[in-house]
Design a protein around this ligand. Sequence first.
Ligand SMILES: Cc1cc2nc3c(=O)[nH]c(=O)nc-3n(C[C@H](O)[C@H](O)[C@H](O)COP(=O)(O)OP(=O)(O)OC[C@H]3O[C@@H](n4cnc5c(N)ncnc54)[C@H](O)[C@@H]3O)c2cc1C
Length: 377
Amino acid sequence: MVEQHAKGTGGAKRVLLVGGGHAHVAVLADWIRRGPLPGARSVLLTPEPTLRYSGMVPGWIAGQHEQGDGLVDLVALAARAGVELVQDRCVALDPDARTVTTANGARIAFDFASFDTGGEGRGARLLGADPRLLDVRPISAFVARLAALPAPAHVVIAGGGAGGVELAFAMRNRAGAGTPPSVSLATGAGGLLPGFAPAVQRRTARALTRQGIAMLASDVRFESGAVAAGGQSLEPVDLVIAATGSAAPGWLRASGIAADAAGYMAVDAQHCSISHPHILAAGDVAARADRPLAHSGVHAVFAGPVLAANLRALLDGHTPRRAYHPRPHSLYLLNTGDGSAIASYGSLSAEGRWVLALKHRIDKAWIAQYAALARGV
Ligand SMILES: Cc1cc2nc3c(=O)[nH]c(=O)nc-3n(C[C@H](O)[C@H](O)[C@H](O)COP(=O)(O)OP(=O)(O)OC[C@H]3O[C@@H](n4cnc5c(N)ncnc54)[C@H](O)[C@@H]3O)c2cc1C
């Protein structure tokens, strides 16, 4: 089917979006609002029919949202954008031949492609394999597995970044858990919220202590079948959640496209590959070659319109000019699971129920804009 698509374009340029992540939904939105790319046939390759908005997952665990909230309907968006949706995943990229191979063995040819697949979980690699290990990536599988698990009595969260911190608070306040589970947050040598201002780190540490969440400044590992940190056993443990960041996909590393030292696709300020400018990328799968840029949903979201503009330029035969200039600071709102949240903006921090209300407002507005586009209103 896809081969046919690739061949039967009647001279139209073939544009391939790989992954329906936080940046690509903005590309689909652009094509819905401004009309599809003139003279192009477009395909969205996605293993799932929806995108789960990670920012609302801790709120779901804490009972602030339903499980079905925080989903973007990729099928409806693609249909409205005039894009063929192929439900499959990319397993290989040949940037010179301009093809992508899918898990089902289809080969999709493209003239221009854009990647927004996120990274891959690396919990098993860092902690070791164990049936109690639950990686937050991919986030949709995480939600499905967590929903199906019996309520744990003792949970260990591995990873002291924003995701790990929010999940520690969320699990401590897990909806319908009866007796709240005991929660340990192992931050590893990087400590609590690396890269955040000391005021935010202090506030968060106080909130963790207030809620009875133990903090461990060492790495968690499965050693001889037991959960251990800093040489000490943490048993009995029912569940270990790995929020240890993501790794570059193996197929990207194998593709030969320019990558940073960690294997992420190296892109310029216009989010074009520095070795293959007809290929773009944004979100966690990309690494800016011109400056450091944290892997976070905020940057994926803001880079989306840049991808949209630069894909249009490429199709028009122009050099992509639209650059993504991140603001000096990003606003992070950390849900503490107990009806409150901590705000972080550069060196500034704040805390309270109003911060959570603000977070809910921003998150729901983001989801609502895509729901409206999907409905055609
Ligand atoms: C619990 C938690 C809370 C978070 N909260 C925040 C927050 O509040 N703010 C913030 O800025 N960041 C937050 N983050 C980080 C954020 O989730 C990521 O940085 C963000 O999801 C990256 O977006 P992305 O578009 O790169 O990838 P994703 O959102 O992961 O989307 C990638 C898409 O690509 C698809 N895909 C994957 N592999 C393939 C493949 N091989 N072929 C085709 N498609 C593929 C996936 O199905 C998915 O739909 C949080 C992370 C966690 C774990």
